[in-house]
Write a protein that binds this ligand. Structure first.
Ligand code: SF4
Length: 124
């Protein structure tokens, strides 16, 4: 009887450790993906992010986080071919650090590398 209990205990322990390991790997992957889509640099000293209520920003549907784009106004941004449309890949963007840069059009501050507006055009 004691032998059966020990076997059951070891089997359950094996499954528990295996499950926890798989869950941990899954969570690690999720946080890596999330980290990839967040601006990683801090706002350059002395500069401020462009306000999304800035008239130019508003007129162009700009958001510091492209995921917040109004897709009813800009459905093309949701198309698969637009998935890499972020400020960091735009011809108007000049990188200041990993997370922030200057835009030639939306210029009342710095824009996030993960931002987007309807004036986006592919950097060559
Ligand atoms: S023009 Fe380009 S860099 Fe400027 S806000 Fe729009 S998408 Fe970003």
């Amino acid at each position: 009887m004691a032998k059966t209990s020990r076997k059951t205990f070891l089997t359950k322990s094996f499954y528990l450790v295996t499950s926890l390991s798989l869950i941990e790997r899954g969570l690690g992957f999720s946080s890596e993906v999330m980290a990839e889509n967040k601006p990683s640099g801090s706002i350059p000293e002395g500069l401020t992010p462009v306000s999304e209520s800035d008239p130019t920003a508003k007129a162009l549907g700009f958001h510091q986080d492209a995921k917040k784009t109004d897709f009813t106004l800009y459905p093309e941004r949701k198309e698969p071919q637009a998935k890499n449309q972020f400020c960091k890949h735009c011809a108007q963007y000049t990188k200041l650090n990993e997370g922030w840069g200057k835009c030639n059009i939306v210029s009342a501050g710095v824009v996030s590398s993960q931002g987007w507006c309807s004036a986006w055009s592919q950097k060559t």
